[in-house]
Design a protein around this ligand. Structure first.
Ligand code: ADE
Length: 224
């Protein structure tokens, strides 16, 4: 049976899953807890990586080296970049880009690519598990976006549906290790001047929404 690695940036995004673990074990690596066990009989490793690209990349590499999962899911909350993507909607990241690195730099130097594609089978499983979800691009950068002009600029440059702070770094690391991945995000805010208040209001509900979908995905992935 497949082992599934699940990476989230915040404790609130993993708490429910952690409570459901059977045969739970925990160890701390590079300052963050890694939980292993089974959920619905699926072997899982849960990692709370902390926010931002560096935390995401380094804990993805540790998770892959230490636990060798067959697939990776990066899950959490995000800010919407498009009018049709509302609070508590779900976005499945078919492709991931950085919004704070120039694409030409990544294309001309290692890793020689600026767009990172999720595994198509995992995208299908995620979108089947999340009725009415949006499937498309997610933009990642080391910034909480809470300004209308910046939001428009990122949306225009990346054509992404939402913005967050870890997904592309996980995707980039998974890709270099040849491990299939998908990024799943529930919308907590509109990444504009209302974002901080909206994030405070919707973050927990959005995290619950992401977990509901993850739980529907696990048996489908385990059976791949
Ligand atoms: N995660 C949730 N909302 C976000 C935002 N507005 N910007 C960056 N990351 C986020």
């Amino acid at each position: 049976m497949k082992t599934i690695g699940i990476i989230a940036a915040m404790e609130s995004e993993l708490h429910t899953l952690e409570q459901m673990l059977q045969n739970r074990a925990v160890e701390t690596l590079a300052g963050m807890p890694y939980y292993t066990g089974t959920i619905q009989d699926c072997p899982v490793v849960l990692c709370n990586c902390g926010v931002g690209k560096v935390n995401a990349a380094l804990h993805t590499q540790i998770l892959l080296d230490r636990y060798a999962p067959d697939v990776l899911i990066q899950s959490g909350v995000a800010g919407s970049l498009q009018p049709q993507v509302g609070c508590l909607d779900v976005v499945v990241g078919e492709s991931l880009v950085y919004h704070d690195m120039q694409p030409w730099v990544l294309e001309n130097f290692e890793p020689l690519q600026s767009v990172y594609l999720s595994d198509p089978k995992l995208v299908k499983i995620a979108s089947d598990a999340a009725a009415g979800c949006h499937v498309g691009r997610i933009a990642t950068g080391d910034q909480f976006v809470s300004d209308g002009a910046l939001r428009r600029d990122i949306a225009q440059r990346t054509k992404a549906l939402c913005v967050e702070m870890e997904g592309c770094a996980v995707a980039h690391t998974a890709l270099l290790n040849d491990v299939p991945f998908v990024v799943l995000r529930a919308i907590s805010d509109m990444a504009d001047g209302t974002a901080e208040q909206s994030f405070a209001e919707f973050e927990k509900q959005a995290a619950v929404r992401a977990v509901e979908i993850l739980l529907r995905m696990l048996p489908q992935i385990a059976a791949l």
